[in-house]
Design a protein around this ligand. Sequence first.
Ligand SMILES: [Zn+2]
Ligand SMILES: [Zn+2]
Length: 184
Amino acid sequence: MAGILVIPIVAKEVERDVIRAIVDYVRQFYSKFGLGVTILPKMSIRRFSAGYNEIRGQFLGRTFLPILGMIRSELRAKAILGITDVDLYEEGLNFIFGLASPYLKAAIISLYRLKPEFYGERNRELLIDRSIKEAMHELGHVFGLDHCPNPKCVMHFSNSIIDTDFKGRDYCDKCIKKLEVTLG
Ligand SMILES: [Zn+2]
Ligand SMILES: [Zn+2]
């Protein structure tokens, strides 16, 4: 398993069609760098209970990365992406959509605030579109990309869901050039 691992980290449910859509998109992009994508069996959120903050009702994002990094290194993969249904935060931030470590080559994204239901809407396609963008964004960080000033580039920082909806699913030409150097 030399490619990218995707692992659902589940409290209630991480929907299969969302995982499928993320995996299909990531696979078609990263195949040009010779990286395949493998879906691992789902993991219970209980494994990450140390990161739960009872007062906030959220999980501290960074606590996911060392465990994910360990799984990645055991399976000798290039990257691992966790997809969870719980709400994540970081010190000084009310919430985060996701987080990545280029050193551990591990990333986590949360579907919690990507769900249109969170904003009082229902729209399956929108959830899938947002999930693909967040997955591509965090994997970009795993492979060494920083935030990009181009607001249409998927590496543009999302302060809110409005930024996520505005940007595209793909890396801009500058970011692709950097990826080519790293993944060549
Ligand atoms: Zn970012
Ligand atoms: Zn860019």
